[in-house]
Design a protein around this ligand. Sequence first.
Ligand SMILES: [Zn+2]
Length: 350
Amino acid sequence: MIHFSSRKVTSTLLDPRDNFALKTVDTDIRKDPLTGDSGRLAHFGMIKAKKDDFSGWDAPEARKFCPFCPDNIQSMTPRFPEDLLPSGHLHRGEATVICNISPYDQYSALTVMSRNHLVTLEQMTEELLQDTFHAGLDFCQVVREKEPHLPYYFIAWNYMPPAGGGLIHPHQQVIITDAPGNLYRKTVESSQHFARQHGTNFWEMLCQVEQEKGERYIGEIGRGHWLVPFVPLGVLGEFMAVFPGVQTLDDLQGETLDDLVQGLKMLLNYLDSREIYSYNLGLYFAPYLADTDLEPAAYYALHLRLIPRTYLNLKHKPSDTSLFQVALQEPFSVVAPETLCQDVRPFFEK
Ligand SMILES: [Zn+2]
């Protein structure tokens, strides 16, 4: 029922690096087993991440102008209106949920993760991650009480500048909406379609099939199944965690959140070891939809995507997103998911 469709195309050239000998270069064009969207694997191994020099980023001068630093957060960041959150901000450990001064939607919040301006991957503790997700979930529940008709809940994270993180001070995004964006919408629709067509849950089956195949299956951490998607969204690939039996906001608490954080920390350790210091992360909850006869448990599972990001080099800092991703909406990756999986797996062995 789940098809992993892949085909190779070959380009022929006379190679100046080898006295213009005839060479062939393969591109692997794949289709996502859920949505059918295509993506390609090319330029194998040609982009290597390199850690930037962080030494100047945590200077007193930088902290002085940072709205998220402890001396400024009360005076420089907006508060929520009293009818939504009388305290203006929401706290959990070091994490503080604030109203976004540049919102993307009606409910577009930020969770400032730490009192520290710079938090490297090494310093990113499970406690910090736990408190940040908790704070974001608390805010989701506040909005859910007030606006139960809004179906989609999305927690996301642009970590560091290559991923579009405008401020170094780590912060996540919390978006609650009826307009989920193309990927999230397509994922939900395709999951429903799969359940109707095959009478089974795509996500549960994906975990089972990937676990059996073993090529892209990283490991099981509590309720979370970690794997590398067949069609990665990023130039340096992509990682995914699927939580079968966990769907909506209400299901992610206690041990399940511990499992998520534990697996995520293992992944961050891997990224750090490979000099990858930036990523986009998305956590996609089952929507609360009134106009469907399908229960979330029949078609969905909570999942997390983490897409590593990098500059192509540190001299001019070219973006790793170019015409393929922007003008064609076609992801391409320089690493095969199967190779990436082998590389990351030791970091998930407890
Ligand atoms: Zn700061």
